[in-house]
Design a protein around this ligand. Structure first.
Ligand code: HPA
Length: 274
């Protein structure tokens, strides 16, 4: 991780928004970007204005940071994320979490699109992350220890905070949006999984699979932020149906689910106490 780059990013945001004191953060993954429209947006800044963050380069990722507000909670919304499979290291992935930590936020909701492994997770389902499996083959905290990320060996027993998972259940009820819970497994991508890999992931306890979220969640948890995770299931994982997977399917499913994604996130913002 390049700490000089992390600080350059922080300076750029501080310069643009000297008054910003976000209480929480929202990272919007594939197909999630439009959820930002449900918030009151004060200002936005393209990722290209933030050193080290750069362009996302993935369809369905807007590449914009919004300073927003809802339910009295000032929020930094990251419309689009960087991925490990882009091959440019951990710095762009760590920047959103570093910014939130240094600007004083105490809670982060990380969202993604994922493939459903469990039978009761068809496309269009929202799934709260109860836990995760890091199958990326690497870890953003490998390297010299920096106290900004807490102790050398951060605990992950309650990585997705039980009280936030409970708030998600209340939000789902209030928004009348069905919500499932499950374990998310992050694989590196950029290929989708093989059917044999999905059978393996199922046996080791994964309910849904994707290529993101885990790095931001473990960094934020290590840094002392309370973390919540939310997947929009966009397809059945490879081999569950006898048909190939595509990114178009992912974008289509999030488009269909968008009204539920928006109303759920707003209710969740109303439910949480910071
Ligand atoms: N696998 C990996 N990542 C994904 C999937 C999937 O099936 N769907 C959406 N993102």
């Amino acid at each position: 991780m390049d700490y000089q780059e992390l600080d350059n990013a922080l300076q750029a945001v501080r310069k643009r928004w000297p008054e910003a004191r976000p209480a929480c953060g929202l990272i919007l993954g594939s197909g999630w970007s439009d959820v930002a429209e449900a918030f009151t947006i004060r200002d936005t800044m393209p990722y290209t204005d933030i050193p080290g963050l750069g362009a996302t380069g993935v369809v369905g990722h807007a590449g914009r940071l919004a300073l927003a507000e809802y339910a009295g909670k000032e929020t930094l919304i990251f419309q689009g994320r960087r991925h490990w499979y882009e091959g440019v290291g951990w710095t762009p992935i760590a920047i959103p979490v570093y910014l939130l930590k240094q600007l004083g936020a105490s809670m982060l909701l990380v969202t993604n699109a994922a493939g459903g492994i469990r039978e009761d997770l068809p496309p269009g389902t929202l799934m709260a992350l109860d836990d995760h499996i890091n199958f990326l083959g690497s870890h953003p905290l490998i390297g010299a220890h920096d106290p900004v990320w807490g102790p050398r060996f951060p605990d992950q027993t309650f990585i997705y905070k039980p009280e936030l998972r409970a708030a998600m259940d209340r939000a789902a009820k209030a928004a009348e949006v069905p919500l499932k819970h499950g374990v998310y497994l992050a694989a590196s991508g950029p290929t989708y999984e093989t059917p044999a890999e999905i059978q393996f992931y199922k046996r080791i306890g994964a309910d849904a699979v994707g290529m993101s979220t885990v790095p931001e969640a473990l960094l934020a948890n290590a840094a002392g932020l309370r973390v919540a995770g939310l997947s929009c299931i966009t397809n059945f994982a490879a081999g569950i149906l006898a048909q190939p997977l595509s990114h178009e399917e992912v974008t289509e499913a999030t488009k269909e689910a968008m009204p539920r994604m928006k109303s759920f996130v707003l209710k969740f913002w109303e439910e949480i106490t910071l």
